[in-house]
Design a protein around this ligand. Structure first.
Ligand code: NAD
Ligand code: IPM
Ligand code: MN
Length: 361
């Protein structure tokens, strides 16, 4: 999959007489299984022969508890100068009260998405080799800087019997249009040339209207792309029963969050689902991370599947202009899944899966 037009970034160096690119990549292992899956992804990147100039950032729950800050301004300023950022996962165990809700999710991850203007969250899903049913190959372009995630809202009389909480959804024409345009461009480049808008226009009549009009008006510039519209609740049915109907899906931030966990489960498990938070204008680094979270329930057990992180690393390499290395990783993952399906075996521990992909590339 070609993510964006301008392929190369990074500094150059000479190795054995060849001119190679040295990409400066920030690594955020984060919390729970995050550091475990990042280690396997970097093992595979090394094995495929791409040299990265990596910088480790100690961010996540323990750093937050130590300092009271999720993402210091000075660190954000450093991140802006990188070629890419690679993140495992951040967030406390669900239900834990040590870290206030949202402190890391909003304070670190969303802050990077917003400040670095990573306005498309691209999440591809393909059927597992050997899976029953017809194969599918779809990609969700999730708007990544607006909607309910924008943080609009607040409390009135918090804690009292007359308490009011509002949490609005911010939808700008500019924000919807740039994401929709990205999705049309992507649909035009893919073989089926099909784009589905997913929203809830039957109830969200203000934001839905803005999205639908934007979708229709931008669509007039793409006569070669066939379009469809699904309400998000129906899209949940279709994703489970007939994911083949989708090629590119464009949707708002919250619907995209929920739909992509569902699509991950449909496509063989959340441990396989990769994502790219893109700044398509390349005014700064893009951020690559698995769709899944910190999964504290399996942290330290060797049961975390690193393939989502490994596939996210392939998306990062493609973005950095290392298309050949990216394709080799993608093929190695596919071959490994094929072989495991054929043998009917469990794929092994986190490190064993990483080793197996590193060997195949
Ligand atoms: P989660 O994605 O961490 O886990 C959901 C379920 O999927 C769990 O049963 C977990 O064991 C399983 N799972 C997740 N990744 C897996 C993998 N690689 N291999 C095998 N199984 C895997 O979601 P959650 O439990 O709702 O959230 C836990 C924490 O992570 C929360 O603090 C949440 O805010 C955070 N979170 C962070 C990100 C991110 O950093 N991008 C994404 C989602 C959730
Ligand atoms: C994701 C995660 C994030 C989101 C959280 C951790 C802020 O669930 O990347 O899907 O909701 O976008
Ligand atoms: Mn999510």
């Amino acid at each position: 999959m070609c993510l964006v037009d301008r392929p190369r970034s990074g500094r150059f160096f000479i190795f054995s007489g060849a001119l190679l690119t040295l990409h400066k990549v920030g690594l955020i292992g984060g919390d729970g299984i995050g550091p475990e899956v990042v280690a396997e992804a970097m093992k595979v990147v090394s094995a495929v022969g791409v040299r990265l100039d990596t910088v480790d950032y100690d961010l996540g729950a323990s750093q937050y508890l130590r300092t009271g800050e999720a993402l210091p301004d000075s660190v954000l300023a450093e991140l802006r100068r990188l070629d890419a950022i690679f993140l495992g996962a951040i967030g406390p165990p669900v239900g834990s009260r040590d870290v206030p809700p949202g402190a890391l999710e909003r304070g670190l991850l969303l802050r990077m998405r917003f400040e670095l203007d990573l306005y498309v969250n691209l999440r591809p899903f393909t059927s597992l080799p050997g899976a029953s049913g017809r194969p599918f190959d779809l990609v969700v372009a999730r708007e990544n800087t607006e909607g309910t995630y924008a943080g609009e809202g607040g409390f009135l009389r918090r804690g009292g019997p007359l308490e009011v909480a509002t949490q609005g959804s911010v939808n700008t024409r500019f924000g919807a249009e740039r994401c929709v345009r990205f999705a049309y461009d992507l649909a035009q480049r893919r073989s089926r040339h099909h784009l589905t808008l997913v929203h809830k226009t039957n109830v969200l009549t203000f934001s839905g209207d803005l999205w639908q009009r934007t979708f229709d008006e931008v669509g007039a510039e793409y006569p070669g792309v066939d379009t469809a519209y699904n309400h998000v609740d129906a899209a949940c049915i279709y994703l489970v029963e007939n994911p083949q109907r989708y090629d590119v899906v464009v949707t708002d931030n919250l619907f995209g969050d929920i739909l992509t966990d569902l699509a991950g489960a449909v496509a063989g498990g959340i441990g396989l689902a990769a994502s790219a938070n893109l700044n398509p204008a390349r005014t700064g680094p893009s951020l690559f991370e698995p769709v899944h979270g910190a999964a504290h329930d399996i942290a330290g057990t060797g049961r975390a599947n690193p393939l989502a992180a490994i596939r996210s690393a392939a998306m990062m390499l493609e973005h950095l202009g290392e298309a050949d290395a990216a394709a080799r990783i993608t093929k190695a993952v596919g071959d490994h899944l094929d072989a495991s399906a054929a043998a009917g075996t469990n794929m092994g521990t986190t490190a064993e899966i990483g080793d197996a992909i590193a060997e195949r590339v």
